[in-house]
Design a protein. Structure first.
Length: 330
């Protein structure tokens, strides 16, 4: 029976400050060009310092603090906690990219962009129920559905990376539905892996820590994708713009044709020439944005390509460490 202990207000205050600082840094860092802004730099320093102070305070508390270190004596929870960061980045990152692409490139309204993910949510629920049926009635181990979830998400992101400015909801729907199914198979599995071997004494702490890891992973994923898109838009614009010169025959034909169309609509020759150049500039900027989003979709897929062998290595390492630890105790 767990003994009652006083609430650790010092630890709670320290971790609250650290999480507040990191949340602000990750959510606003891209907007303010990261550490070029003194406010972001100072909040990152304060967050890191308070996190280290929190960990030190918890060690000195010797089991009476806010943090329960016995959670990490369970191999499955350690592994699932690490995976939660990757899964959170994939979940929140893709949920950020798809509506952003629809609004920024396809000129969807915010409402239409939000509705684009509704069918994915339905398939997410369906995948959860299917995975639950397989694990509870067919006795399939939870880890068995993880590869299927990862492969589905990777395939969905690869399909979305081929989107263009002419794409529509119908063109993207197959990939969006596949994403929902993959997330359903992935999240139920890692949740069961995380909590199946925890006892009732530290189960609540494990749930809170697991969800914190998922949220932080999502914040990191979204902020990384925002930065990647912004940098790629600038880079793509410079590369495409360098090849769109007035002396190029294709550019001259495009400007002449557009100017003729504007003139036919009633504009004078000078205004039509300026309008044609402006429209060409918008087309180049739009294509730069499309390429940047396609790169971001590929980045989520490549995240699993890089993370999968790392996670397998961590799993093997944790198993060996726990085995040695049990042997030494005997």
């Amino acid at each position: 029976r767990a003994a009652r202990r006083p609430f650790d207000w010092i630890g709670f205050s320290l971790i609250s400050i650290a999480l507040f600082c990191f949340t602000y840094v990750f959510s606003q860092g891209s907007r303010w060009d990261w550490f070029e802004e003194p406010r972001i730099l100072w909040l990152a320093v304060i967050g890191t310092a308070t996190l280290l102070a929190f960990l030190g305070q918890q060690v000195l508390a010797k089991g009476q603090g806010l943090f329960d270190f016995t959670l990490f004596e369970t191999e499955d929870f350690c592994f699932a906690f690490i995976v939660s960061f990757v899964a959170g980045a994939a979940l929140f990152g893709s949920a950020f990219l798809i509506p952003s692409f629809a609004v920024s490139v396809l000129a969807f309204t915010p409402t239409d962009a939000g509705q684009l993910l509704l069918p994915s949510g339905a398939l997410f629920i369906g995948a959860l129920l299917i995975a639950a049926f397989l694990m509870q009635l067919r006795r399939v181990p939870p880890v068995a559905t993880v590869p299927f979830g990862i492969l589905m998400i990777m395939a969905a992101m690869w399909m979305l990376s081929g989107s263009t400015s002419e794409s529509g909801a119908g063109d993207m729907m197959a990939a969006i539905l596949l994403r929902g199914a993959g997330l359903g198979f992935l999240f139920l599995s890692i949740t069961l892996i995380a909590f199946s071997n925890l006892n009732s004494r530290n189960l609540a702490s494990g749930i809170g820590l697991f969800n914190t890891g998922r949220q932080l992973g999502g914040l990191i994923g979204v902020s990384a994708l925002q930065t990647l898109i912004e940098h790629n838009v600038s880079h793509n614009l410079a590369v495409l713009g360098a090849n769109v010169t007035a002396g190029a025959p294709a550019v001259a034909d495009r400007l002449t044709t557009t100017a003729a169309l504007l003139t036919a609509k009633g504009m004078d020759a000078a205004a039509a020439s300026r309008g044609a150049a402006s429209l060409l500039g918008r087309a180049v900027a739009g294509q730069s944005t499309v390429i940047a989003f396609d790169t971001a979709f590929n980045a989520i897929g490549l995240l699993f390509v890089v993370a999968a062998p790392v996670l397998v290595t961590i799993k093997i390492g944790l198993a060996r460490y726990m085995r040695k630890r049990r042997t030494s105790r005997r």
